[in-house]
Design a protein. Structure first.
Length: 587
């Protein structure tokens, strides 16, 4: 925001210099010779041609960039704005009544990094909607199939997708919409509006006066232009956030108008709804057309000229007060249009992202049925983690409600857990999976993987883990089954109580509406739970000082251990290694 304000002040100074140059031509025209008016006119034409050529060059470069980035992998690029705003706003509006991926699960699965990789959106609007989609898995086959159909059609029609992305650039470099405009009473001092109208009329009167009394008229015009310029920029600075949002909505409406004119070859992107919103917001759009929209190199020639006229006649602040009244009556339409355009950007982004993947599949999801009808709780072929540059894929068939995964340190257990969770989220939000085939129920997805001490609240590791696990237990009464992903359950306490409590919790889950996948080093826990849990493991091969991990999932309980051998590979003193080996043999 600070950088934007400084940029705005810099532009204001440049515009003042242009105004002064044009005013000089007018003054010379009145004082010396009317031919100087021709110089002013030529200067305006030159300025407009220069800005137009600059915009044409930028347009060509933008189209080339869009084509180059279509379907290309992204290098963990940070979003340009706060992508959480739409999600948090709608969460507040629904009062947390619907299921969403909670913060713990989102963070455990490194979903911010996954989002960055998948975020092929053009605008913050689209990024906000994509974030909202991924945080809100759904349980509706029809809705998911509709999303998948649109994404696949957009992937096949890349020229159509890129044409729409080009229009989305209109809202790509604007400040985030704060959503304050949707949830507050818009109250401003209307007395200022009256003052601005009077000052605007005064300068018109002075222009007329200049034709009869040139010296006096020009002097008064120069003084009024200076005063109005100061007022214009001061007012703009004072209500900068609101002006930024008005600019956004003006661009949003204009962007929507362009999108519905694109030939989408029968792809239903909600154009009919957008047309209704654009019609409802026509008066707001007309009002905002008098407010300069662009900033810096993004200004069109018309917008640059409007900025000058605005500062002379105080059009922008006058329109501002009139428009805020209209917006207060059309908040719902503006929000809906924001979401419709964001949805289009997000779905096109998913089309581009899917094109960047080595392979993916359309998942087969089904509602929960009685246990006698269940064959697999989850089945996937060659499933992989999307963040890995060279992922090792794994196939899995989960036949029981409980799964225990054992394996040595760094063998791939946590990565596999996260891959399962990420795939489940994508399957139930944008209806594709990072695998060759994927079958499961619709699940509520919860994890407890990256638990840490909460020093600020004085909460121990075990207390923090127990609290996070309790939130999952509380979901057990839901009609929708819970996919519960755990890593080293109760690792924050002693061996006896860890295994005892862990076994009791796993049995509780498998007796109820859960599918629980737990990774552990405790081979005892895996052995004790073998009657009601499937066992899988990862293994490694140690050659001299090298430890070679295959990251391949195998059936059964892990038979290898590597913690002590890792000490040797890191050149720990032989005395420590030998002592550890001897002690371990005694257990």
């Amino acid at each position: 925001m600070r950088a934007a304000r400084l940029r705005f002040l810099f532009e204001g100074v440049m515009e003042l210099l242009i105004i002064m140059a044009l005013a000089a031509g007018i003054i010379l025209g009145f004082k010396v010779n009317y031919l100087f008016f021709l110089v002013t006119g030529l200067g305006i034409i030159f300025f407009l041609v220069y800005v137009k050529n600059k915009a044409a060059k930028a347009s060509r470069i933008n189209k080339e960039n869009i084509a180059d980035r279509w379907g290309a992998k992204r290098n963990n690029e940070a979003p340009s704005g706060d992508v959480k705003k739409l999600f948090l706003y709608l969460k507040q509006e629904t009062e947390n009544k619907q299921y969403q991926i909670d913060d713990t699960t989102w963070n455990d699965l490194d979903m911010d990094l996954v989002f960055r990789q998948a975020n092929h959106t053009i605008s913050v609007t689209g990024a906000q909607y994509l974030y909202y989609l991924l945080r809100n898995p759904v349980f509706d086959q029809k809705l998911l199939a509709e999303r998948a159909h649109i994404i696949n059609r957009l992937m096949q029609n890349d020229k159509t997708s890129q044409s729409i992305q080009f229009h989305l650039l209109d809202i790509s470099n604007l400040e985030d919409v704060s959503f304050k405009i949707f949830n507050r009473n818009l109250k401003y001092d209307r007395k200022l509006s009256v003052l601005y109208r009077i000052l605007s009329l005064i300068i018109i009167a002075e222009i007329i006066l200049a034709f009869f009394y040139p010296t006096l008229g020009i002097t008064l015009i120069a003084l009024s232009v200076f005063i109005n310029f100061i007022i214009h920029n001061y007012n703009k600075y004072r209500i900068f956030e609101e002006i930024s949002e008005l600019k956004y909505f003006r661009r949003l409406i204009g962007c929507a108008q362009k999108i519905i004119k694109v030939d989408t070859e029968g792809i239903d992107l909600g154009q009919s709804e957008i047309r209704v919103m654009v019609k409802n917001l026509r008066k707001i759009s007309r009002n905002l057309s008098f407010i300069s929209i662009g900033t810096g190199v993004t200004k069109t020639e018309i917008e640059s000229f409007l900025e000058i006229i605005n500062s002379i006649f105080l059009i922008e602040p006058i329109i501002f007060f009139a428009t805020m009244d209209l917006i207060s009556r059309h908040q719902e339409d503006l929000l809906k249009l924001h979401m419709l355009v964001g949805r289009i950007d997000a779905l096109i982004a998913m089309a581009s992202y899917k094109k960047s993947l080595n392979y993916f599949c359309c998942p087969k999801l089904s509602p929960y049925k009685e246990a006698k009808d269940i064959r697999y709780f989850l089945q996937a072929d060659n499933l992989y983690h999307p963040l890995l540059k060279k992922p090792v894929s794994n196939s899995v068939k989960i036949k029981k409600r409980g799964v225990i995964i054992t394996g040595s340190n760094a063998s791939g257990k946590s990565t596999f857990l996260k891959a399962i969770g990420i795939n489940a989220i994508f399957a139930q939000s944008v209806f594709f999976s990072f695998s060759e085939s994927y079958l499961s129920f619709y699940y509520k997805i919860f994890t407890s993987i990256g638990t840490t001490d909460n020093i600020e609240e004085g909460e121990s590791y075990f207390m923090a883990e127990a609290r996070l696990l309790k939130r999952i237990i509380d979901e057990g009464n839901s009609q929708i089954p819970v996919l519960c992903i755990l890593d080293e359950i109760f690792r924050g306490t002693n061996t006896v109580e860890r295994i005892s409590s862990g076994l009791a919790v796993l049995k509780y889950f498998t007796d109820r509406n859960f599918c629980v996948i737990n990774a552990t080093h405790d081979l005892e826990l895996a052995s004790l739970a073998k009657n009601f849990c499937q066992n899988f493991h990862f293994r490694e091969e140690i050659k001299e000082k090298d430890i070679i991990f295959s990251y391949i999932l195998h059936q059964g309980i892990c038979k290898t251990k590597n913690a002590i051998k890792i000490l040797k590979s890191m050149d720990y003193p032989e005395e420590i290694y030998e002592k550890a080996i001897n002690i371990s043999k005694g257990f």
